[in-house]
Design a protein around this ligand. Sequence first.
Ligand SMILES: Cc1ncc(COP(=O)(O)O)c(C=O)c1O
Length: 481
Amino acid sequence: MTTVRLPENGRPPEEVLAQMDRMAADDPRWREGRTFSLVYHAGEAHNRFLHRAYEKFFSENGLNPTAFRSLKRFESEIVQISAALLGGDENTVGLLTAGGTESILLALKTYRDRFRHRLRLPGKPRVLVPASAHVAFEKAAEYFDLHLVRVPLAGDFRVDLGALRRRLLPGTALVVASAPCYPYGVIDDVAEIGELCKRRGIPLHVDACLGGFLLPFLHKLGEPIPPWDFRVPGVTSISADLHKYGYAAKGASVLLWRSMEYMRHQFFVSTDWCGGVFASAGILGTRPGGGYAAAWGALQVLGEKGYLELHGKALRAARRIMDGIRAIPGLEVLGAPPATIFAYRSTDPRVNIFAVGDRLAARGWHVDRQQRPSCLHAMITAAHEAVAESFLTDLRAAVEEVRARPELAKEGEAAMYGLIAHVPLRGMIRKNVLRMMEALYGHGGEQPDLAGEASAGEPVTRWAVRMLPFLEKLSKLFRKG
Ligand SMILES: Cc1ncc(COP(=O)(O)O)c(C=O)c1O
């Protein structure tokens, strides 16, 4: 293992920058529309603008909202713009966070504290989330000691309303819906859920980390988007990410509240710290001014027209790719996703969808694999319009290759994902994934080979390959059983 130490003498900046480029040589090619998650690219000109806006406030810190007035102004204007987009009114309040996960963590902490403040029930407060809700809710429940109840989905991949109703027991602090959910791209029936929650006096958080800066524009483009935002009376808060379909720089999301009645449970105040009286609205201490500036700047330079153009492109690309997938024998799109996010799977037992993923990866496409059911995932942005046809050509070729060579399902990442998806002992999987995390972050374990730079390969992939023998043993055990 290479031990990397602080260089004794500083190195020339150009040399360091050149090394960074070499380190990135094997990274996914997002500029060319080769990624279907992680990066939202609105073109080089917009990207350069974000860099410049970020750079202007690169050093400023949003920790103390009274210090840099500029940052506070960016934040409150972003909140006002978002509230107006999402059906809010003069009572709507909120803040800028570093991302979807921070918005969700903060929302759950706030609802927990509000629940405890109002009711002194024993046990953990219950939070009902659709089975498809983002994993950040699970993380929040683990961090804040909440009882997370995953509600099953109906056949259309939206949360099953009957199942939700049956779980609305005393002790329920919050219900969550997604607009849309990450895995299948469908929007839960927020109007019905809102009605149900309002009748029971239970708050409803809508996770629109993906849809917040997308759905209002798709609606304006004439798409039939069902009501899902503050216009639904039962909705009490919304998370919406600027750094996704808002085409801002990384590190920007908003958490909006119907009124201060909810948000007041979010604030942290310490009066006795020797560093002085301290108050904070979010989870972070230091907050990057660059992220605020780039997010405000993105809204200003794009404006309504810019978002309509970008989302129109993404929608056309998504429709083209979904239609193309439906036309490939043996593949289907799951459900009827209304926006630009969807999942697709194989209906042909000879075509292993994870092997298709591997063949796409070999052709330079970075696609995410999902379980329940085994499928591939796609988040389409404006950057995909130019590559929709070449992606479909490669997808057709990948499907044919896998159909002709079924043994591909037993190789590479397909073998690992296939086994993980089917091993029923989730505790075993968890234990091994924890081991992987220790290996990635620990000493003497598997560290990225910095000396090798671009040739180092992806540590998770290498771990996955090492985990294969274990998973094979496990699956043999189950076959015997
Ligand atoms: C629906 C949804 N919610 C929350 C998140 C978490 O957002 P972040 O990765 O910015 O923390 C994501 C991320 O993809 C998401 O798709």
